[in-house]
Write a protein that binds this ligand. Structure first.
Ligand SMILES: [Zn+2]
Length: 115
């Protein structure tokens, strides 16, 4: 019977090191979408009732799923800017994970000496 093989982690190649650096460099990471919207206040004598250009806003709304339910939160302009960056980062990480996974498979398969 063959000896159990030792746990050996192959050294990550340059592609994986680059992916890891890119992920580590990210600060804010979040899911969801941010919408910029203008609103009607509902007062009949307000200008917004007749003039679309007089609607109130912009308001920034963050939509995201939490426990399977869609949630909406209002954000300040500063929060919206941060959230947009966080969402971009999350999307980038998901892309990087696919590459990381592919590179990992390539790295592991490249050391396969079995016939
Ligand atoms: Zn109004």
């Amino acid at each position: 019977m063959r000896k159990q093989s030792k746990k050996v982690t192959p050294a990550p190649g340059p592609a994986i090191r680059q992916i890891r650096r890119a992920i580590v460099a990210m600060d804010l990471v979040c899911a969801g979408t941010v919408l910029k919207r203008w609103k009607l206040c509902g007062r009949p004598n307000c200008r917004c009732a007749e003039d679309p250009a007089a609607r109130h806003g912009p308001y920034y709304e963050w939509s995201h799923r939490q426990d399977g339910r869609l949630r909406h939160n209002l954000l300040s302009p500063q929060q919206a800017e941060q959230m947009v960056r966080a969402i971009k980062n999350q999307r980038q990480i998901l892309v990087l994970l696919v590459h990381w996974s592919r590179e990992t498979a390539r790295t592991i398969m490249a050391q396969n000496q079995a016939k």
